[in-house]
Design a protein around this ligand. Structure first.
Ligand code: GH3
Ligand code: MG
Ligand code: MG
Ligand code: MG
Length: 313
């Protein structure tokens, strides 16, 4: 457990530091409230032991500032224990009001210090577990399980954000709708499980194509998502006809390299996709619904004119 010890008295701090170190904790010392806030950002301690009376910035103000910083992070609540000289009711009330969790006397007897640190390290561990669980939950809420790509929910959120781009710069947003060709026949021929594996493979090909495209294209990062079933979408936030053509071609190429056998996909012999692209300028009043409708219409044209190709409208 990492402890940030804040105390303007070097001698008091030295004693506490020695005691905590002997209990096996890793301790960093700050000499006043301002240094405490700086070190809090830098070392992300599991626990803060905070003196109250200090020059430059006192313990209550430092605590208020630390709580304000934490407000921008979910689940963040670093336990803060005030170090006080006297054991009064007022001290406890003030400590809690200022955003602290507890207080201990500077001359706290060894067993109590030990017990309190033990309780706090349990809280620190719980916080760490919670923050990992929270990250995993967020990941699950935005990812499609089968393909590992972003899901429809994430796609919708990102597209909404693109359309709300502040003081819109006139950027062209390219929407690529990608649909696996004759996929029903693939399932019929190879079974549903193989169909799932195939979709995962197609997703991987799309991901690597988009990654390659991003590395050679400037502007905001493009991303791929599973739109639903055997349909995928790629969004190019700073797009153009040429960029969309490059990206779509990269997808066709990646699939060609992957060469997943599909004997009932016309004469292609391998899994292919058809792509429809729309180009919209949100600033000029284009709507999201229209962008997707047009991409869908373009996709339909790609299907009609023989599949395994790209149509841009
Ligand atoms: P087209 O070339 O015109 O797109 O023909 P298609 O057969 O791909 O199109 P259709 O819409 O008729 O069939 C899509 C199929 O995709 C039907 C559905 O069972 C299958 N599918 C959708 N989602 C999944 C999935 O998650 N796993 C599997 N294995 N199949 C899926
Ligand atoms: Mg002091
Ligand atoms: Mg489809
Ligand atoms: Mg299809």
């Amino acid at each position: 457990m990492k402890i940030l010890l804040v105390d303007d008295s070097r001698s008091t701090a030295a004693i506490m530091l020695a005691r905590l170190t002997s209990l096996g904790y890793e301790v960093t010392h700050a000499l006043d409230g301002r240094e405490a806030v700086d070190l809090f950002r830098k070392i992300a301690p599991d626990l803060i032991l905070m003196d109250i009376e200090m020059p430059v910035m006192n313990g209550f103000e430092a605590t208020t500032r630390i709580r304000a910083e934490e407000a921008t992070y979910k689940w963040a609540w670093t336990p803060i224990i005030f170090l006080t000289a006297s054991d009064t009711q007022d001290n406890l009330v003030m400590a809690i009001e200022a955003g602290g969790d507890d207080f201990i006397l500077k001359k706290v007897p060894e067993p109590i210090l030990h017990a309190k640190m033990k309780a706090m390290s349990r809280i620190a561990r719980l916080r760490a577990d919670l923050s990992i669980a929270n990250r995993q939950l967020e990941e699950m809420a935005t990812r499609d399980r089968l393909t590992g790509l972003y899901n429809r929910r994430y796609l919708d959120m990102q597209v909404d954000a693109l359309w709300d781009r502040p003081a819109n710069d006139g950027a062209v947003v390219a929407v690529l709708m990608i649909d696996v060709d004759n996929f029903k026949k693939y399932n019929d021929r190879y079974g549903h499980q193989a169909g799932d594996d195939c979709l995962a493979g197609v997703a991987k090909a799309i991901s690597s194509a988009v990654a390659g495209f991003n590395s050679s294209h400037s502007g905001k990062e493009s991303f791929a998502a599973r739109y639903g079933g055997e349909e995928f979408a790629v969004i190019i936030p700073d797009g153009s006809g040429a960029a969309a053509t490059d990206c779509a071609q990269a997808v066709h190429d990646a699939l060609k390299a992957l060469a997943i056998t599909h004997e009932t996909n016309g004469d292609f012999g391998v899994v292919t996709v058809s792509i429809g692209v729309s180009l919209s300028v949100p600033a000029a009043g284009a709507t999201i619904a229209n962008a997707f409708r047009q991409a869908d219409a373009a996709l339909y044209q790609s299907k009609e004119s023989g599949r395994s190709r790209t149509t841009i409208v």
